[in-house]
Design a protein around this ligand. Structure first.
Ligand code: 7TS
Length: 416
């Protein structure tokens, strides 16, 4: 291939060093070595995450906070250590600000629901952006239904950056919540989170950041950002599925009502009146996903062991290389070309349906996501139904990108 980057030197060694920690990657799909480019949907898991979860079930499986017995104490300690680790990793001011949830969707539903019940009033405004995942749209629509609040939408410019001028014009004393995605899963755009939050604070609005796609690619500090809520999903950053965190500012959590009722979230229950536990337990009804929490802790430990600057530089090289190589394909139409982008490329090939491309790529051993990526309003902006999306992780290689380019050329020939 004409512009194949000579994949020599430290970068290859870097990717190989990471790659060998991910056992799943070493397999054939449809007779070809797997190329896994669906990291924005979920990342693969390093051996140490898998091992940590196995160890929990093998050695100290027990329910938490409920027993005085040894195993229950070991499990409770392990879980609370993860809370401390998450608080430290996200820069929270105290560990009680870390609520375990089922992931970003769970976290946003929790925040939107309690704000809808206890904070939003008829006529208040919730600002969202046009590039939100459905999980940062629909919970707010439900909150608007409960409260009588109104949703307004910050537009996205042609290149996939947020229209900050339009945002400024939408802000007013009526704005009570600004909820936005840190890094777009469909476009790769990295939003200027601190600036968006500071503008929201100027009118006294609360802010929620959907960090689903951020933590794998950069370090986040919630106090530096000055956000009120930040949500994560562990499976997007090398941890297990079905677990994540809602960070919430403590003074807010103290004031807001509980979300779900059940065990653990109570102080005292009688049929006449129930009083609630303190944060974070007030928001954690029922037996938590203990194995998931342990796995999430291991994924954070793994992330902390990586040199984030090296990860960023390598992913940036992958992105630049892929963008150059894909641009040489006739009919390649990128969707989202913001100068500040994470390692995600969304695109279409002229005259070919994205779904058909995905099916043919799969036959050649490449895993990419196709469709609307749960961002239908964003697809509507671009007047498209969906895209093909390649999203990279540090275990991906330049050779894999060459395989993608070759496979796309083949798919194009077969489909046109
Ligand atoms: N927010 C963003 C920005 C996301 O990318 C996703 C998942 C979610 C929220 C929801 O996360 P969950 O863990 O609660 O499901 N995004 C994708 C994707 O791009 N392809 O599959 C899932």
């Amino acid at each position: 291939m004409a512009n194949t980057l000579e994949a020599t030197g430290p970068n290859t060694a870097f990717a190989e060093g990471i790659r060998k920690q991910f056992p799943l990657l070493n397999q054939q799909v449809n007779g070809r070595p797997l190329v896994y480019f669906d990291n924005a949907a979920t990342t693969q898991k390093p051996q140490q995450v898998i091992e940590a979860m196995n160890r929990y079930y093998r050695e100290y499986n027990s329910n938490v906070h409920r027993g005085v017995h040894h195993l229950s104490q070991v499990a409770t300690d392990a879980m609370e250590q993860v809370r401390n680790r998450m608080a430290d990793f996200l820069g929270a001011s105290r560990h009680e600000e870390i609520i375990f949830t089922s992931g970003c969707t769970g976290g946003i539903n929790l925040a939107a629901h309690i704000l809808g019940r206890a904070y939003l009033r008829p006529g208040d405004e919730i600002l969202l952006t046009e590039m939100e995942h459905h999980s940062n749209i629909v919970p707010w629509q439900l909150a608007a239904e409960i409260s009588g609040a109104i949703i307004k939408v910050i537009p996205v410019l042609e290149d996939g950056t947020l229209d900050l001028e339009a945002y400024q014009n939408l802000l007013s004393p009526r704005t009570k919540v600004v909820a936005f995605v840190h890094v777009s899963n469909a476009l790769g755009t990295i939003n200027p989170a601190a600036e968006i939050i500071s503008m929201a604070k100027n009118v006294g609005a609360l802010t929620l950041v959907d960090g689903a796609q951020a933590l794998a690619h950069e370090r986040v500090n919630v106090q530096d950002l000055n956000c009120d809520f930040y949500v994560t999903s562990a499976h997007k950053h090398y941890g297990p599925t079905g677990i994540g965190v809602l960070y919430g500012r403590y003074e807010l959590l103290e004031k807001l009502p509980p979300y779900q009722g059940g065990g653990e979230m109570i102080d005292r229950v009688t049929f006449d009146r129930t009083t609630y536990n303190t944060p974070p337990f007030k928001f954690e009804a029922g037996t938590p996903n203990i194995a998931g929490i342990i796995g999430m802790g291991a994924s954070i430990e793994w992330l902390q062991e990586q040199d984030i600057e090296q990860v960023k530089a390598y992913e940036h090289e992958l992105l630049a290389y892929a963008t150059r190589a894909l641009s040489e394909i006739d009919g390649f139409v990128p969707v989202g070309t913001s100068p500040n982008k994470a390692a995600v490329i969304s695109f279409n090939l002229k005259g070919v349906h994205h779904y058909d491309v995905g099916v043919l790529l799969d036959k050649m051993g490449l895993a990419l996501r196709t469709g609307h990526h749960c961002t239908q309003p964003l697809m509507d902006c671009y007047a498209i139904e969906g895209t093909v999306r390649a999203s990279f992780a540090p275990y991906n290689t330049f050779e894999e990108i060459d395989r993608l380019v070759e496979a796309l050329r083949k798919a194009q020939q077969m489909l046109s």
